[in-house]
Design a protein around this ligand. Sequence first.
Ligand SMILES: C[S@@+](CC[C@H](N)C(=O)[O-])C[C@H]1O[C@@H](n2cnc3c(N)ncnc32)[C@H](O)[C@@H]1O
Ligand SMILES: [Zn+2]
Length: 270
Amino acid sequence: MYFIDKLICPVCGSKFTQNEKSLVCGNNHLFDIAKQGYVNLLSGKSKNGDLIGDNGSMAQSRQAFLNKDYFSSLADGICEYVTSMKKEKPVMLDICCGEGYYSKKVLEKQSGELYGFDLSRQMVRLAARRKLDASFFVANISHIPIEDESVDIAFHFFAPFHENEFSRVLRKGGVLLSVVPGENHLFELKEKIYDTPYKNDEQLPETKNLNLSDTFKISKTVSLESNEDIQSLFAMTPYYYRTSQKDKEKIHLIDRLETTVEFVVGVYTK
Ligand SMILES: C[S@@+](CC[C@H](N)C(=O)[O-])C[C@H]1O[C@@H](n2cnc3c(N)ncnc32)[C@H](O)[C@@H]1O
Ligand SMILES: [Zn+2]
């Protein structure tokens, strides 16, 4: 299924009609539907979404890791929040959706019209391959090809923030659920690697356009049962690339690790 109702052309802002293999706007701008079922809606120079977003092998390893449900406590907490809103068929937008794990989890509990996008074509391709009842497209948060005031619930997990665009696409009364790592997130993993591990600052995005109406924390201990999973988790962290080779090697021989996974959810309303 490819929803197009809330999509707009990134070039001229007009609505689309859908042909067998493409989306066409009222001004004849045409975007092909890839065989995996997603659409690249980047326009102009930034058309290649692999240059800035995550690359192919990172995307695959992220998907393999998330599919093992180590972060299912976050998905469950989000689903609980969404279903408690009791909205019938809400329009949902997964901002920087990555490879689609959270979109999938939400749709298992809440039906509606779900759109998801990411700057990385590789990520969006994997999300589309999940064959969800949803529309995935490649786009940049600085120019989201979604109609003004059309989204009831937006998801924004571990990703850059764009205040103007996020508030533009939200309907009045719409909600943005933004997630940052909790202070103890992966602390036991950091203890294995760093002499003086630090705690996360739990800093939720600051915004003038939206109202931070609620926050809640989700905390759990998970057991990683293989070195491969421990390495994949580490590679997903933002500090992986800042860690020296010598420190990285400290986890080469660890096959099992109990670590805290902790998330802070900010509920922003428009
Ligand atoms: C840490 S990942 C989180 C992905 C997903 N939300 C999740 O939790 O699995 C951050 C994502 O943001 C995407 N991203 C980074 N900059 C972006 C931008 N300017 N526009 C859209 N996506 C972007 C990356 O490609 C990457 O998939
Ligand atoms: Zn157009």
